[in-house]
Design a protein around this ligand. Structure first.
Ligand code: ZN
Length: 185
């Protein structure tokens, strides 16, 4: 079932996600709904906060994006990122690589807003799967960027927080309008 995507201005986007200690039917249903919601919106990632749940749960799928490549190692083994998608990650923790790259980012909670954001080129993520297994993900390219964006969401951090002050100022009135629309609902 698709769920409505929470937009900028809703306080749940600022909430730090609670660790998921136990996977039950509710968590499985939430993950499944998040996948459907992300795919329906043509997104590459979605965090639980974006459907109104402050939990450490995110889904990702970069397989539809052809012009921005990714690399992926799953538990130390190189795999084709497309075949490993979608990813459903619980309680993820990131270690960032040192090299920084700038790249265009959008967010489903900020319709039609894009900005150049500096991110680590590569990351290592340790997370749990729905089945309770530990997984280690080494990623670069778009997947590394998406992981950083989503793990930020899980900690109540938004991509606007990562924008240069110039970029943020130039989007100021659009951000205010979006916030007002969301809060007026
Ligand atoms: Zn986002």
């Amino acid at each position: 079932m698709k769920r409505p995507i929470v937009k900028y201005g809703d306080p749940v986007l600022r909430a730090k996600g609670k660790r998921i200690a136990h996977v039950d039917e509710r968590i499985r249903a939430l993950a499944s709904d998040m996948l459907e919601t992300m795919h329906g919106a043509n997104g590459v990632g979605l965090a639980a906060q974006q459907v109104g749940e402050a939990l450490q749960l995110t889904v990702l799928d970069v397989s539809a994006v052809e012009d921005r490549p990714s690399t992926l190692k799953l538990n130390g083994e190189e795999v084709d990122p497309a075949t490993a998608m979608p990813l459903i990650l619980l309680n993820p923790e990131l270690t960032l690589g040192e090299e920084i790259v700038s790249g265009t980012e959008g967010c489903l909670s900020f319709p039609e807003i894009n900005a150049e954001i500096d991110r680590a080129l590569s990351v290592v993520a340790r997370a749990e799967t729905l089945g309770g297994e530990q997984v280690e993900i080494e990623a670069s390219g778009l997947l590394a960027r998406a992981l950083q964006h989503e793990v930020d969401h899980l900690n109540g951090i938004l991509f606007t927080d990562r924008m240069s002050s110039v970029a943020k100022a130039s989007l100021g009135s659009r951000l205010k309008r979006l916030q007002k629309e969301t809060q007026g609902r």
